[in-house]
Design a protein around this ligand. Sequence first.
Ligand SMILES: [Zn+2]
Length: 126
Amino acid sequence: MRSIYETTTEIRVGDTVSVLSGKDAGKRGSVERLVAPGKVVVTGLNIAKKHQKPRQKMANGSQAPTVEPGGIIEVAMPLALAKVAVVCPKCDRPIRLKAGRTADGKKQRLCGRCGTVIGGKKEAAK
Ligand SMILES: [Zn+2]
């Protein structure tokens, strides 16, 4: 399903992005999900440590509860869209996206520098 936050020229789930500013500046990761307007969660980036208590959970169909261990877990926090840029596979650097159209009139995203189509096969992912 497409998220309501997705538009033609914006970042999508699965894109490789580079962080432009903040503590993870220069690092790259893959977009895991889109959250509130203008924010994305990138796998392995903007990690925050969360202190989790152990908790019991009833697994479906089983009699005994399973215990989720507590401890410090690492969670990827959302990053503002303004802080990340999609990496063009051809230019190998963060670029701006440009809107374009395929021969049959469908919208697609292009690299603002070299014109390479970015993430054309996205729809099949979900
Ligand atoms: Zn490019």
